[in-house]
Design a protein around this ligand. Structure first.
Ligand code: GCU
Length: 359
């Protein structure tokens, strides 16, 4: 009895935020990293309520959560892939993830073609590519807006319209540190990696997670929170991704703007940092630095002012400098393509050159 009371007392003394440390992201981290991870999950992305769920099943190339939410994967293998020589994998959310939960009907022909070109290019370089529509994990919309727009279009409500939030919580029971959509998507990437581990043609120890823009923010969150990803690549991820907050880039997105447009991507605590970009306790270089000792790759577009290319490069440079001091050399890559907010074959070429000697 005394022991139980002491235990409860200790829990109270530790405070509620420490209790949230159940997020699977904390597994296998050293103390310094735990503190930093805690800060970022408490203040920015929120905590995943569950790791690998016991009720997750695999059905061919699909993942099903609690028999309710189904996520379909597209898998392309390079020529000559075999069980004897499993191939390295590039994992990404595909371009359908820009369709706000409305799925294939808005998957435009150009995006469809670009994804096919990327698949062909990546496999021609000897890598497998796995991609999927992240809206199937969690729609890229606030729940109420999503339901209203489905009704307006006369579409039937799916039984679990809000994806994994409906199954594992974090929507109606939301707290200030509950997972936002970026954390939920990153968690989805980890579940796909669970699936990759069951595939004999794929080498689960050689998986690079990548993504563009909101999915670049997601790729970083996945790489940081799951040490099984060997390389993390963020393309034009900007605010809440690779962009330093404490870097004056006037035309780039700031916290007050991203939390007005997309508050649901983050945990509610992030709203407290509106207007305080320059004073924020920890900046995005520290967040990306949590992928060490694994590799980090960052890319920008020279005219992508909203993402803040100079501030993204400054963050990558800071990570590289900090890691060099720890004896980690050649683990950070960076390029800046000519032009705006794009993610195309030019980026994959340079990224795969980086992967060739590291994945
Ligand atoms: C918006 C948003 C960005 C985001 C981008 C995207 O522009 O403000 O933060 O990166 O959408 O995902 O395309």
């Amino acid at each position: 009895m005394i022991k139980r009371r002491m235990f409860l007392g200790l829990l109270v003394a530790m405070g509620a935020t420490t209790l949230m440390a159940a997020d699977p992201a904390f597994d296998k981290l050293d103390a310094g990293k735990k503190e930093l991870m805690q800060w970022f999950l408490d203040n920015e992305y929120g905590h995943a309520p569950v790791g690998r769920p016991a009720d997750m099943t695999f059905q061919g190339n699909s993942i099903v959560f609690a028999g309710k939410v189904k996520v379909d994967l597209t898998v392309k293998l390079p020529a000559g892939a075999s069980k004897e020589k499993p191939c390295p994998v590039i994992l990404m959310g595909d371009f359908r993830a820009w369709n706000n939960g409305m799925h294939d009907d808005k998957y435009s022909h150009e995006q469809d073609k670009l994804q096919k070109d990327i698949d062909a290019y990546v496999t021609s370089r000897g890598y497998a590519i796995v991609h999927y529509n992240l809206n199937e994990v969690a729609p890229d919309q606030p729940r109420r807006r999503m339901i209203a727009s489905l009704k307006q279009q006369g579409k039937p409500l799916p039984p679990y319209p809000y994806g994994v939030f409906e199954v594992y919580g974090g929507e109606s029971d939301r707290t200030a540190t509950s997972w936002g959509t970026i954390r939920a998507w990153a968690w989805g990437h980890s579940r796909v990696l669970d699936w990759i581990e069951t595939q004999p043609m794929l080498d689960a120890k050689r998986v690079a997670v990548c993504g563009h823009s909101r999915l670049g923010k997601t790729a970083i969150c996945a790489g940081v929170t799951d040490p099984r990803f060997k390389i993390t690549y963020s393309n034009a991820s900007g605010c809440g991704g690779a962009k330093l907050n404490k870097f004056k880039a006037d035309r780039s997105e700031h916290i007050h703007q991203i939390t007005r447009g997309f508050p649901y991507w983050f945990c509610q605590n992030y709203l407290k940092w509106r207007g305080h970009d320059l004073e924020i306790t920890h900046d995005q270089d520290e967040w990306m630095g949590l992928v060490s000792p694994r590799c980090l790759y960052v890319a920008s577009g020279s005219k992508d002012d909203w993402a803040g290319p100079a501030a993204e490069k400054a963050a990558a440079d800071k990570v590289a400098a900090a890691w060099e001091k720890q004896g980690l050399k050649g683990k950070v890559g960076y390029h800046c393509h000519e032009g705006g907010h794009a993610f195309d074959l030019r980026d994959f070429k340079l990224f795969l050159d980086f992967c060739d000697t590291r994945l």
